[in-house]
Structures are given as structure tokens and as C-alpha cells.
Ligand binder design. Structure first.
Ligand SMILES: [Fe+2]
Length: 289
């Protein structure tokens, strides 16, 4: 089985590349590490590539890049895909940090770029904008959550963290509670991308950066029940929903089977489960329930 280790970057199309570059550089605090007329690659100040922006007609998700174990031969992944009748291609020069990737579509038709070896971008010390530590998860609206769970767990080695009844599923590929999550009930497409910040004080600073630049929150900050991350949401200048979060549940050892205990957990220990539809989305109160 293919075993995904972490989320790399997402590729987003945008009708206004320059405006999006301004937003991700000055508000989110990413650095442009490669740019052509129609495409730019952005990384965190810590050297993790998080985003490829491409000129396009609409603002939408074009691809998700996922890392597998360094040193893995992409041809071995290709044999696995061939065995499952999944067409693929090997692409080289994907980004400055990804020399080659194997590209195929997931069950929702989103291209996935699997890469094994990654070269960090040069880090930077200056403080600009929110400055996340990484791109943490990608959330999508889909027709079938069950189909996504089957694809990501059976083919790519994800584990199921939680279900909300049968309509949304949260899946992890490392200690973080979710890296890929999908929701039924709205028109299929990107729901949000989420940037992780170091701690709650950084989330507070992020809220001030956003408000000071006229990006008002449309939800939060609040603590989710599923995943227990403290999260705030706003829409960027392309109308895409962006989450900034911290304190997400951690499954530090898969063999133990529970998330690292926290004082705000409903269950002790907190294990993956099916939450009822009545579950509030805000542990701290009624807003957003
Ligand atoms: Fe999220």
C-alpha cells in the first residue's frame, strides 16, 4: 500500500494572480520562491512549499501534493496504480522542492501529485503577516464522503479519525487529526484550506493581522469539537475560505489508538468515533453550532 506521510502544497487557480500574490505574501506571510508570468510557487518562512498559484478563469482547487517516504521509487507507486487500473503520469520539475512526482486523480477527480523527495526552500527570518508553520489540511465538499474514505484509506494509507454521522469524514496521514476532510451537502468543490500557527497567541496575532487589513472573520475564533482545533475563518480576496488554526488533536502513536489527552476532550481517552449530527462545531458556545 502507498503510505502518505504529509500534505505538501495545493495548487489553486485564480483569475487575479497579482492580487492573490499580494494577499498570500503580505497577509498570510508566505514567500514567493519561483515565479513565471502565469504561475507562482509560495513557501512558508520555514521553507515548506504550501501553495502553487496558477492563472485561471475561476478560483478553484487544481491539485493536491502529498509526500510519501523519502527514497521511495515512484515507479513502485506506478505499479500499484496500474494494478488498480488508475492512469498516471510521472512529472518532473513540479516545484523548486519537488524534482518529480507521480500524478493521478483521486476519486473526486482532483489531481494528486505524490512525491517522495523534497528539498526545503531557503528559510527567512523577517516577520510578515500571519506566518503559518505549515499548510495543515484541505477540506472539500463532495458527493460521497464514504467514497473518499475508501480511496484515501485503502490506496494511500490514510487513517479515519472521525465521522460526523455519514456525511463528513476526517482523515489523517500523520499525527494531526485531519489532513484531508470532506463534507457532503453542498455543491462539490473546495471548502477551505487551513494554515497551522504555532500556538493560541499566534492565532490571536493572526486575527489582528486580518482585521487590520480589512479581512474580517466570518467564523471564530472557536474550538471545534471534532479535532478540537481552535480555528478562525475568513474569505480571501478570491472569495476562497481560509482557516487559521492551532491545537489540533494529535494521534502520537497509532498503536495506542487514542488522541493525546487534553482537558477539553469529551471522552477520556478520545478515540476515533462517529459523532452525532447534533454535535456543536463550537465547544466554547453556541455560535456556529
Ligand atoms: Fe478545517
Amino acid at each position: 500500500m502507498i503510505s502518505v506521510k504529509r500534505l505538501g502544497h495545493v495548487t489553486l487557480t485564480t483569475p487575479d494572480l497579482q492580487r492573490q500574490l499580494d494577499y498570500y505574501q503580505t497577509i498570510i506571510g508566505l514567500s514567493v520562491i519561483d515565479q513565471t508570468r502565469d504561475r507562482a510557487v509560495l513557501a512558508t518562512k520555514l521553507g515548506l512549499e504550501t501553495l502553487v498559484l496558477q492563472r485561471g478563469d475561476t478560483a478553484s482547487l487544481a491539485a493536491i501534493a502529498l509526500q510519501i517516504a523519502p527514497g521511495t521509487e515512484l515507479s513502485a507507486v506506478g505499479r500499484e496504480l496500474t494494478g488498480r487500473n488508475i492512469p498516471f503520469e510521472i512529472r518532473s520539475g513540479v516545484t523548486p522542492g519537488i524534482a518529480s512526482a507521480i500524478v493521478f486523480k483521486d476519486v473526486y477527480g482532483t489531481p494528486l501529485e505524490l512525491f517522495s523527495d523534497y528539498a526545503f526552500a531557503k528559510g527567512e527570518r523577517q516577520v510578515v503577516g500571519i506566518m503559518p508553520i505549515k499548510l495543515g489540511h484541505v477540506a472539500r465538499f463532495v458527493d460521497s464522503a464514504r467514497a473518499g474514505e475508501q480511496f484515501y484509506t485503502e490506496l494511500l494509507g490514510f487513517r479515519t479519525s472521525d465521522w460526523r454521522t455519514t456525511v463528513s469524514v476526517f482523515m489523517r496521514c500523520g499525527p494531526d487529526h485531519h489532513t484531508i476532510n470532506v463534507f457532503e451537502g453542498e455543491k462539490p468543490g473546495l471548502a477551505h484550506i487551513a494554515f497551522e500557527v504555532k500556538d493560541f497567541s499566534e492565532l490571536q496575532r493572526a486575527c489582528d493581522v486580518l482585521a487590520g487589513n480589512e479581512f474580517k472573520l466570518d467564523w471564530g475564533p472557536s474550538r471545534h469539537n471534532i479535532g478540537h482545533n481552535i480555528a478562525c475563518y475568513h474569505k480571501n480576496s478570491d472569495g476562497l475560505r481560509i482557516e487559521v488554526y492551532t491545537e489540533m488533536d494529535q494521534m502520537k502513536d497509532e498503536t495506542l489508538g487514542y488522541f493525546e489527552p487534553r482537558p477539553w476532550h469529551e471522552d477520556m481517552p478520545q478515540r476515533p468515533k462517529i459523532w452525532p449530527m447534533s454535535t456543536s462545531r463550537n465547544y466554547w458556545g453556541l455560535w456556529g453550532s
